[in-house]
Each structure stands twice: as structure tokens, then as C-alpha cells.
Design a protein around this ligand. Structure first.
Ligand SMILES: Nc1ncnc2c1ncn2[C@@H]1O[C@H](COP(=O)(O)OP(=O)(O)O)[C@@H](O)[C@H]1O
Ligand SMILES: [Mg+2]
Length: 301
């Protein structure tokens, strides 16, 4: 009798263990498949080309189209996304690294329903984390993952490590250029270093502040010819263009999204088209198509 009870007990234990293992496996599978988050960086060689304005308005339009969007404000410069949208941020990623806040707690609500993740001075700290800080940070990311569909990175201009590591970690890279010659040469320098040093091969080109689509296409073709002549064949897709429109600066002065103040402006219409193009891009979830992988790559840079 005692033996039978023993057996029953051990069967129960095996059962319980199996359940635990199953739970564990399910969690693991869930984590591995995860929820697919598109991470898109918006960069340029030269500052002042319109990255921040584009990112803010793109986030606004993508939110309108039902996407849950977070902007990672990775620009240490002055004209940050919070100023552009009249937001105030008390905390940034540094507070998360120090363990004082969670990522969710530092997110700021922006008009139109998207959120801004202020990185500012915390960016440099991100590259100097010890193992336990990294693990804590990754756990935080995990928690955020299911609440986001698209993360847009408003990058600083140039080719400093702070810029490059966001480019390398993002799955899709938008490079903004304008008709200004220096914007074109500086964008070339950025792409060159990303190709030569980091083996990046695929870029989406966005032409801002043009007179017309015709001008945008001329600039695009010219740019692709130069880049391919010196760097060989790459994937340099034309993502679209935004016309020069005084309403962009007007909206900035009002600290509101352009699309909220002037939805019918030419630049607004272009940004709506841009959002549609982004949603139409073929983005089959890649093995690294997860926000976890983005941060992991970033932390290992
Ligand atoms: N399509 C546009 N038409 C007119 N002005 C623009 C346009 N895009 C950007 N600007 C202006 O360029 C300036 C720089 O824009 P910003 O978004 O801060 O650039 P970045 O983030 O690349 O430094 C702003 O004053 C903005 O009003
Ligand atoms: Mg900016």
C-alpha cells in the first residue's frame, strides 16, 4: 500500500514537473517568436535636414493608422522632439540604467497617441553597462515589447559612434537628404562608413525640402549613381519625398505636429503618403525582428 502511495506521489510529482516544464517551454516559445516590432532609424549625414520634424509627424500619422508607435529620441542636440512637440521630460534612459525607473515609467505621451522614449544623455551610458545592468535593462525591454508595433529612432546627425550604433541595431534605415550639396556629401559619408565598417547593405532614401517630386527623383538618381560608383551595388530604395513647405516651420513654432495644425499642407500630404509607403514595405518578420534584438545589438555594440 505504502509503495502504491509512493508511486502515486512520484507520478504526481512527474506530472507537476511536466506542467512546469511545459509552462517553461511555452514561455520560452512565446519569447522566441515574440511580437514583431519594426525598428526604423531616421538619420542623416548633416544636421537640420528635417529628421526630427519628419519623425514626429510620421509617428503621428502611423498612430492614426492604428500603429502603436514609440519614438526613441536619440539626438543629444538642442532641437529635440520634446521641444518640437512641447513635451516635458523629467526622466530619461539614464534613470532606467540606474534602476530608478522602468522604461514604461519614462515614456512620455505625445499628441496623437504615440509615445516618446527620451534617451538624451543616457545614450552614452548605454554602452558602458555591466552584465547585471544589461540583464535588468533587457528585462525591462521585454516588458515593453508587446506594447509597441513600430519604434522610430530620431537619430543625431553625423558619423559618431552614438549615431552609428543605432543605425546598425535598427532593422530599417531611413537616410534623409535635401537638395543641399553638403547634405548629399555628408549622407554619402554616413552610408560609406555603414557599408565599409558595418557591412550594412540596405537603405531607404527620403528626399526632404524639394520643390517637386521631379526634383526629388533627380536628386535620388544622382545620389544612387554616386554611391554605387564608389561603394558598389547596394539596396538604395526611394522611399519618397517631402516638399519644402513653410507650414513645417510654422508648426514647429506652435510646438504642435504639422499634421495636427495643417493637415492639408503639401508636406502633411507627403508625410501621409510616406506613412502609407512604410506600412506597405515588405517587412516579413526577420529572425532579428524584435525589439529585444535591437537593444541586445545596441548593448553589444
Ligand atoms: N519639408 C520642409 N519644409 C520646410 N522646412 C523644413 C522642412 N523640413 C524641415 N524643415 C525645417 O528645417 C529645420 C530643421 O528641421 P529638424 O527637423 O529640426 O531637422 P534635424 O532633426 O534633421 O536637425 C526646421 O526649422 C524645420 O522647420
Ligand atoms: Mg533633430
Amino acid at each position: 500500500m505504502e509503495k502504491i502511495l509512493d508511486q502515486a506521489d512520484s507520478l504526481r510529482r512527474i506530472g507537476a514537473n511536466m506542467n512546469n516544464n511545459l509552462d517553461f517551454m511555452m514561455n520560452d516559445t512565446k519569447k522566441n517568436i515574440g511580437h514583431f516590432v519594426r525598428v526604423i532609424s531616421i538619420s542623416s549625414g548633416k544636421g537640420g535636414v528635417g529628421k526630427t520634424s519628419i519623425t514626429a509627424n510620421l509617428a503621428y500619422e502611423l498612430s492614426k493608422r492604428g500603429q502603436r508607435v514609440v519614438i526613441l529620441d536619440a539626438d543629444l542636440g538642442l532641437a529635440n522632439i520634446d521641444i518640437l512637440l512641447g513635451l516635458t521630460s523629467k526622466y530619461n534612459i539614464k534613470d532606467v540604467i540606474l534602476g530608478e525607473k522602468s522604461l514604461k515609467e519614462i515614456l512620455i505621451d505625445a499628441p496623437g497617441g504615440f509615445k516618446v522614449l527620451p534617451a538624451s544623455s543616457g545614450i552614452t551610458e548605454l554602452t558602458h553597462l555591466d552584465l547585471s545592468q544589461r540583464m535588468n535593462f533587457m528585462e525591462d525591454i521585454e516588458e515593453l515589447n508587446d506594447d509597441i508595433d513600430i519604434m522610430l529612432i530620431d537619430n543625431a546627425a553625423g558619423i559618431s559612434d552614438n549615431v552609428l550604433y543605432f543605425n546598425v541595431a535598427a532593422q530599417e534605415q531611413i537616410i534623409v537628404i535635401t537638395p543641399e550639396p553638403t547634405s548629399i556629401t555628408d549622407a554619402y559619408a554616413l552610408i560609406k562608413i555603414l557599408v565599409k565598417k558595418y557591412d550594412e547593405k540596405s537603405f531607404l532614401l527620403l528626399i526632404n525640402q524639394t520643390k517637386s517630386e521631379k526634383e526629388a527623383l533627380t536628386i535620388y538618381k544622382h545620389f544612387v549613381t554616386i554611391v554605387e560608383r564608389f561603394l558598389g551595388s547596394l539596396s538604395l530604395d526611394y522611399l519618397g519625398y517631402i516638399p519644402k513647405d513653410e507650414k513645417v516651420s510654422k508648426a514647429i513654432r506652435q510646438q504642435k505636429p504639422l499634421l495636427a495644425c495643417y493637415p492639408g499642407a503639401l508636406a502633411s500630404i507627403a508625410i501621409k503618403n510616406l506613412a502609407a509607403s512604410i506600412l506597405n514595405l515588405d517587412t516579413t518578420p526577420k529572425p532579428d525582428g524584435n525589439i529585444r534584438f535591437f537593444w541586445k545589438k545596441l548593448l553589444e555594440f
